[in-house]
Structures are given as C-alpha cells and as structure tokens.
Design a protein around this ligand. Structure first.
Ligand SMILES: [Zn+2]
Length: 599
C-alpha cells in the first residue's frame, strides 16, 4: 500500500460509490436494500450478484467472490491493487501524493525504464531489417506475403547474429546493463552480457496501451527452438497478455478470434480480419479470458483442425466459460489453419465460418460422438452418460431440450432416457442440508459445519452473530460479548472471524470491517455473510438474543451430555458426586435460559 495512507484510501472509496462503479460493467436492478445483476465473474442466467449501497460491498452468491469497490475494479479490470486505487482516484479527481514516497516512485521509474528499453530495442530491430544481413528475414516476409504496411504496423524487425550489438546499442543510449537484463532483452553470463535474441525475425509484443512489453523471435532456418519469447519481467507476464489485442481493441470488434501464433494473427489482420489474436505459447488462462472479455463479448477459438490441439481447446473452453465468456469453436475445412484458409478462400469465407462457429455444448457433444462407439450397447450407455453430464450444466431448459432431441435422433436412444439421466445429475445430489436457493456452491463454512456435526441451527446462529458484528456497531458487540466468547464458536472459520472482529472492537477502531481481512477467500466469505438476507426485519436485538441463546443452549447441552457420559464411566462414588453437582448446575443454567426466553 506504499504511499496511500488509510484516510486517503477511505476518501477514494467514499468518492466512488460502488453502485455507480459496478453499474458501468453490470446492469443492476434494485431489490429491497441491495442491487442485483448478472455476475461479471462467472456465467449465469439468473442474477446472483448483489451490491449493497449502504455497506458499499459486492458479493456473488453464485461463484462466491466479493469485496469492496477497489476489489471489484481490480478483478473486473484485471489489474493490481495500486492500479485500481489510481484508477478510482483519477475518476474522483483525487490527486495521489505519489511523488512523496521514494519506494513507489522508484517502482514507477523502473517500469518506465523497462518500457523505454523495449521500445528502443524494437526500433533497433526494425532498423536492422534494411541491412544486408537481414536478407533471410526479408525473404521470409515476402514468402508470407507481408507488405510494408503490415510489417510497420506490427513493428517486425530483425536481430543480428552477433554476440551483443543490441547491448552495445542500448549502452550507447545510456541504459544500464542491469536494467537491460531486467527488461529481458539481454542475458548476463559470468562476466559478460549477450543479446537474448540472435539471428531471428522479431515480433514486438504490445500491451493494450500499445506499449512494447516483450518480444517473440522466430528462427529463419531449421535451428531450434523455432520460437523464443522474452522471459517474465515486471512489465510482461505471458499469462496476462494477449497478442494483438491492442489492434483488435482499436478495431472495436464484437468477437475475438484466437489463433495459434504471431504469423497467423498478422496475416489475418492483413487480410482484413482484425478480430485475430493469439495467446503466447501457453494454455489459455483466466487472466487472458478476463482481459479479452473486456473488449469483446464473444471469443471464438480457431485453432488448427488437426487432433493434436483438441485437448488444449477443451481446456481453454472450460476456463473461458467458467469466468463467464461466451465462447465458441470455429471449424474450418480445406486448410490446415485459419491463415492458410484465408489465403485460399478469402476473408469473407472465414467470417462466414466465424458466424457459424459451434457453441461450447455443440463442440463438446461432437467431440464425444467422435470417440464413442455407438455400435455396442456399452458404447451407447457410456455416450448417454457423458452427454447427460454436459447437458446437465446448461441452465436454459429449452436449450437442453433441443440438444436432447438431437442426441436422441443421432444415436437412436429414446429422449426420455436422456432426460432421466440429466435429471439425475441436476436433482440427484440434494443431500446438502442448508437451503441455498440461488447459491450453486456449498460454502466452506457449511462444509465444515457438516463434517464437524455442528447442527444447522447453531451454524446459522454463529453466522448471524458474524453478520451482526460486521454491522460495525459497538452496541451489538457489547451485547454478544457478554455471553459469547470467541471459543464458543464451533465453526472454526467463524471463530477465526470472531477473533478478528472482537479484537477490532476492543481496539475501538472505526475502520471498515472488510479491511480487517487480507485473504481473498476470507473477504469473499465475509461479504457473502454481509449480503445474506437473514429475514429478521429491523428487529436486530431480538435476532441477536435468539442467536446468543441458541449458542449458549447448545453449549450447555453439550456439557450436559459430556457429564452424563463421564458419570457412566466414573470409577467411584466420590467422582460421581462431583459430576452430579456439576450436572445440576448445568441443568439449572439451562432452566434459567429457558425462563429468560419466556420473559
Ligand atoms: Zn459470480
């Protein structure tokens, strides 16, 4: 949190109403005291994402994420804490005193320097292209039919085969060796520096703000590795970067077409398909998905048609679907990849294929059919089971019906058999005790309560106390503390929260309770409790004393059971006498508790 003090952070938060900020990304509808909408972090058709204006928090009852306005911006924009704070400060026209903290100023300067080095490197590689030594690179580009316009636009260049001429060049511009190493363009050997990329055609990698953050280099002969990338640096993370997204973004496309490599992307852009982007030699990550979702509502995967890529596609699809992207898979025939396809048949044909891309379910079912053996009964049963598992995940019943009918006629199974398998999967696992109408997942605390045999009403009472403590009212705390100490909490997770909250009230701190927690997981759980509807109207006091009594009664009853057990196993009369004295005390307490309640 380097240079932002707590007061300033509070000012930034209070100047950015969470309902306003979330509304920029999600359509919210008011329901009672909170707002509801479709969660931007997972795919859903009925809203379980809720935002509270008075508590200034959000929480999704579907996927469980939650937090304050800063965490929302961090996650939806896929940026770090400081970047989110800066963004919100700017929005509220609050000036951050960034020049006052040396540490942070250094960080900013350092990153700025790395951007500069990458930019100068790109310029240098580009100027090399004209040289006699770059003949092989020019021939390759010609072979791939890249015109000057495209070469300039994508900033292609050439790295010479010498040992360290880039190093010498950057040195002449005044950069230090250690910064060049940090930027990833130079490697330090024992006591010398050498260029990372040699004798390669160079592709600068841009971030969405058009800054050069890294490079990919391709050899021009048969040497290996064929492709080489910059390492991870403070300004470049492979798993958070999507190649050519800066261009696609400017073209304001509605879909993104993921293809395999730089060359495919470049030749598709050249052919008039600005939707083309690529991940950089990795399996797709969630961060990449979130980034893409920001710029286009639909993502089409257009990997090579051969079987090798299928597993990668399936994984990528699931990752993208899980974070709420609308994903499709494009099938092409008559060419080995989209690049060859567009060269052979032209961009219109490719756009047509994009329009007819398969949905996630279609693709999965088709894949399943390819591997199934539908000539045997066993094969049919296993196909039926696997396809029911896919269909059970569809929320929309009409869609489910359409697919079921199609499978039935394709495979020659009665449609009822498919429905019955699907229903088993949807309704079969209802052994979760706690009612959870909108929630898809059982929470960690619920799981714990179940496994440790904490009865449901006690679990609820503890949760309610956490809810009341989170209202950040000292009087709630005073009343709870009178009867319940943190050790009385049976659910470990809630005891941990109670400890933090008790400590917070003891120290008389006024800060927001969410700020007491630093782990994402805890913040998610806490916001979930804060946003839960406990249905006690405005009668806080009654709810509080009911919950306190539930816990006290359970404690006393547990103690009573324990004593009775001990009496059974007692060795002598003396011991029994002592136990019985304790027992009558407990029973008295239980009576007075019941009497208290009748008052
Ligand atoms: Zn969600």
């Amino acid at each position: 949190m380097a240079f932002i003090d707590e007061n300033l952070l509070d000012e930034i938060k209070s100047s950015n109403d969470i309902v306003d900020i979330v509304s920029e990304y999600v359509t919210l509808k008011r329901t009672g005291t909170s707002y509801k909408g479709l969660c931007p972090f997972h795919k859903e058709k009925t809203p379980s994402f809720s935002v509270s204006s008075d508590k200034q928090i959000f929480h999704c009852f579907g996927c469980g994420v939650g937090g304050d306005v800063i965490r929302f911006v961090q996650q939806v924009e896929n940026i770090d804490f400081m970047e989110a704070v800066e963004m919100l400060a700017e929005r509220a026209k609050i000036t951050l005193p960034e020049k006052s903290d040396n540490m942070d100023l250094e960080r900013v300067h350092f990153k700025e320097c790395l951007f500069q080095i990458n930019l100068e490197t790109a310029k240098y590689f580009r100027s090399n292209l004209a040289s006699e030594n770059a003949k092989a690179a020019r021939e390759y580009m010609q072979k791939r039919k890249l015109d000057t316009n495209t070469v300039n636009r994508f900033g292609l260049g050439f790295a010479f085969g010498n040992n360290n001429d880039l190093f010498q060049h950057l040195k002449s511009l005044g950069f230090t060796p250690s910064d060049m190493v940090a930027a990833g363009v130079v490697i330090q050997n024992e006591n010398s520096y050498v260029d990372r990329f040699r004798q390669r055609l160079m592709f600068p990698i841009f971030d969405v703000k058009d800054r050069v953050i890294a490079f990919g280099g391709r050899v021009l002969d048969d040497s290996l590795p064929k492709y080489m990338n910059s390492p991870e640096t403070p300004i470049y993370s492979k798993s958070k970067t999507v190649y050519a997204l800066n261009f696609a973004r400017k073209a304001k496309v509605n879909q993104l077409l993921m293809v395999e490599g730089y060359m495919d992307v470049i030749s598709l852009h050249k052919a008039g398909i600005p939707q083309a982007v690529a991940s950089l030699g990795t399996a797709l990550t969630e961060s990449q998905g979130r980034l893409m979702r920001k710029y286009a509502p639909e993502i089409i995967l257009g990997y090579d048609a051969d079987g090798a890529g299928q597993a990668a596609i399936l994984r990528g699809l699931d990752i993208l679907a899980a974070i709420g992207c609308n994903v499709k898979v494009m099938k092409i025939s008559g060419a080995k990849d989209p690049d060859e396809f567009v060269n052979k048949y032209g961009p219109d044909k490719l756009l047509h294929c994009m329009e007819h891309a398969m949905t996630l379910v279609e693709f999965k079912l088709e894949n399943l059919k390819k591997t199934a053996n539908l000539t045997t009964t066993d094969g049919k049963i296993s196909f039926l089971n696997s396809s029911a598992a896919i269909l059970a995940k569809i929320d929309n019943s009409i869609e489910r019906e359409l697919y079921s009918n199609k499978i039935a006629s394709d495979v020659g199974i009665g449609v009822e058999a498919i429905y019955s398998e699907i229903n088993k999967r949807i309704f079969g696992n209802s052994n979760i005790k706690v009612a959870k109408n909108v929630r898809e997942k059982i929470t960690k605390a619920e799981k714990e309560a179940e496994s440790r045999e904490v009865p449901e009403h006690v679990y609820h009472a503890e949760k309610l106390l956490i809810f009341l403590l989170c209202q950040n009212e000292k009087k709630n705390y005073e009343m709870i503390k009178k009867y319940i100490s943190t050790e009385n909490f049976r659910v470990n997770l809630y005891r941990k929260y109670a400890e933090k909250l008790y400590e917070h009230f003891e120290q008389n701190q006024k800060q927001n309770v969410i700020d007491l927690f630093t782990e994402s997981e805890d913040i998610n759980v806490i916001t979930g409790i804060m946003q839960e509807d406990f249905n006690f109207g405005n009668n806080n006091e009654k709810a509080l004393s009911d919950a306190v009594n539930v816990i006290r009664k359970f404690d006393l009853e547990s103690e009573k059971a324990e004593i009775l057990k001990e009496i059974k196993n007692a060795a002598n009369n003396e011991e029994i006498e002592g136990l019985e004295r304790r027992l009558s005390e407990v029973i008295l307490k239980l009576h007075s508790l019941t009497a208290e309640r009748r008052k």
